[in-house]
Ligand binder design. Structure first.
Ligand code: ADP
Length: 203
């Protein structure tokens, strides 16, 4: 930030002059200048010096998250079949330590069940040891999902807009009968996105 302020006020300015102003050697400053140039925040013109490109740090961060694919950060989804009982699905939820379970019919995505769906059903007078999960799940076509070509930013927007905890990452395939089906290949959740933030911070 200090380098940016100096460049904004004195551009074009050489690395030597920037270094003088913050009492560092040119060599010490070089990695910072390289990063700022690589990020497109500063422009370097040989024999002239550094200019401010006009791009803010926040806009650079914006394009950064829009360039991270859901495929780079997706986690492993927990999947059950439609005939799984609500009881077994709840046990799976605890064993797998997850909040959302995806439901499949003949290998294709047909529904999503969450903690709230389970709580709701246990409030009623149901036999959860025989009731199939298909009876309580949110089903297609109401499932919000993302595809491999989308960015983590697109996924985060859908999670916020639809107020859900996770999105299945799906591949669209054509079934034998010609209809379009969704194959679950991953999961993006609030945890996945938080882990990504921590990794970027640590890196
Ligand atoms: P929780 O139950 O822990 O609040 P969610 O906010 O994800 O978890 O779920 C709230 C509701 O949204 C549930 O009824 C669930 O079935 C549904 N749901 C969860 N994920 C999706 C999704 N990707 N698309 C559509 N509905 C979803």
């Amino acid at each position: 930030m200090e380098i940016l302020d100096i460049v904004k006020e004195n551009q074009p300015i050489t690395s030597e002059h920037i270094a003088d102003r913050i009492n560092l050697t040119r060599a010490t400053l070089r990695p910072d200048l390289t990063i700022l140039t690589m990020m497109g925040i500063l422009e370097a013109r040989p024999k002239v010096g550094y200019y401010y490109s006009g791009k803010s740090l926040i806009s650079v961060m914006g394009s950064f998250i829009k360039n991270i694919s859901v495929m780079d950060v997706k986690s492993i989804p927990v999947v059950v079949s439609e005939d799984t009982t609500v009881y077994d699905a709840i046990v799976t939820m605890f064993l797998e330590d997850t909040g959302n379970i995806y439901v499949q019919n003949k290998g294709y995505l047909s529904g999503v069940v969450s903690r709230k769906d389970f709580i709701k059903i246990t409030l009623g007078n149901h036999d959860i040891k025989t009731l199939p999960v298909a009876m309580i799940m949110t089903r297609m076509p109401n499932i919000v999902y993302c595809e491999p070509g989308e960015s983590i930013f697109d996924a985060a927007v859908k999670i916020i807009d639809h107020q859900v905890d996770s999105l299945p990452v799906v591949e669209k395939v054509n079934d034998n009968d010609g209809s379009e089906k969704l194959k679950v290949i991953g999961k993006i959740s609030k945890t996945t996105i938080t882990k990504m933030m921590v990794k970027i911070g640590n890196d």
